[in-house]
Design a binder for this molecule. Structure first.
Ligand code: SIN
Ligand code: CO
Length: 384
């Protein structure tokens, strides 16, 4: 387990003063940091065609980008390249543990864990990201420079699939050592150049744009064949110019659309389902054959431990203690009685259920049936 040490800052102070505002270097953010994955294991993942990996290499002023799966890394030599592997939390439970210290931000804002291996001199070049990120230094040392957002910076492509930014003024310029953490808000230019063979772990966040939200809502309405209320205009005034869409009509269109968003149930069901959809294919741990509920009950009572599938998105909502809970897992909604808050929280707040937490699901036939369904879908699995 990794414990985050913000030094003199509390999490509340970090959120108030830095989150989405300014970058922060957290020296010794993890004490005695142990890499959860080795460079060789990371390279092994990048050989797999299901894994999203890129290798960026700098040759003098030229930048090259190769996409995985890779066969070997020999041709890249000893320096000036970085291998980046996306969503390592989907594939590697030990690496996924690095997301846990950051759960003071809710699940739905967390994206995934990207891991990079850099040879000395390696980096992806100065660039901007649209999302918040915590970059954890694993083995080796890397010099990081970070600046504040600056509208005068220009972005350019030194390679068709690589977006970089012009020279920026750094407010942080430090050599990071194992266990150091760099927080970078969206839009802050940054550049990391490795001094040694080094590993970096990026805990990335996500923030949907209005386009994504409206698009996601439209998909939901289509999927569930929700027509909503149709435009109506009793008391219409005579049109002076039939070609005009006048502002009164536009105002009514806006009102009709806002009325849809004002429907609490619709907003809640859609958003929970939208935001828990996996962004890439999950490595489902579906048991073959499926378990019977009685078998699961035995395992749970015997002290088994259940792990949640890496990358599985789980959230819940309960507007008040009297109302049903809406639990969302991988885009599906499961309504639970108001009294099942413990169940919802265990499934969404925890990525591992210890023996005592597991026994909770053997206590009623409904809980047992539900956990059996989730295990048979490959969402939770018995940890050896
Ligand atoms: C890296 O780990 O090399 C890249 C991280 C980043 O700058 O977003
Ligand atoms: Co970046």
């Amino acid at each position: 387990m990794y414990t985050l040490n913000l030094g003199k800052l509390t999490v509340e102070q970090f959120l108030a003063d830095y989150w989405q505002q300014k970058p922060l270097l957290i020296k010794g953010g993890f004490t005695n940091f142990q890499d959860p994955i080795s460079a060789d294991e990371l390279a092994g993942l990048a050989l797999d065609e299901q894994v999203d990996a890129r290798l960026i290499q700098k040759q003098a002023a030229n930048w090259q980008l190769d996409e995985g799966p890779f066969d070997s890394f020999e041709k890249y030599g000893e320096q000036d390249w970085t291998l980046l592997v996306q969503a390592v939390d989907y594939w590697q439970p030990d690496a996924a543990k690095l997301l846990e210290p950051f759960r003071f931000i809710p699940n739905w804002r967390i994206d995934d864990l990207m891991v990079s291996y850099s040879a000395p001199g390696g980096g992806v070049g100065p660039h901007l990201d649209q999302y918040d990120v915590f970059i954890i230094q694993g083995m080796g040392k890397r010099r990081w420079r970070v600046g504040m957002p600056d509208a005068s910076l220009e972005q350019f492509c030194p390679h068709p699939r690589l977006l970089q930014v012009t020279e920026f003024q750094a407010c942080i310029d430090e050599v990071m050592e194992p266990g150091d953490i760099l927080y970078i808000p969206p839009g802050c230019p940054h550049d990391g150049v490795s001094l040694d063979p080094s590993l970096n772990y990026s805990v990335g966040f996500r923030a949907p744009a209005q386009k994504d939200l409206i698009g996601g809502l439209a998909d939901y309405l289509l999927d569930f064949q929700i027509d909503g209320t149709r435009f109506s205009d009793p008391g219409r005034l005579r049109s002076v110019s039939p070609g005009e869409i006048n502002s009164r009509d536009l105002g009514q269109v806006r009102q009709l659309m806002q009325q849809l968003l004002a429907d609490d149930d619709l907003l809640s069901y859609w958003f929970g389902s939208y935001i828990t959809q996996a962004k890439r294919e999950l490595d489902l741990q579906e048991p073959d054959p499926h378990y019977q509920a009685e078998e699961i009950a035995e395992y749970l009572e015997e002290g088994s431990v259940l792990g949640r599938l890496g990358g599985l998105r789980c959230c819940y909502q309960q507007p008040n203690a009297e109302e049903d809970i809406q639990l969302f897992i991988n885009g599906d909604r499961f309504p639970l009685p108001a009294t099942e808050l413990d169940s919802a929280r265990l499934l969404t707040d925890q990525t591992v259920l210890d023996a005592q937490q597991c026994s909770h699901f053997a206590q009623t036939p409904e809980r047992l049936a539900f956990i059996t369904q989730l295990i048979n879908q490959g969402y939770w699995y018995f940890v050896e």
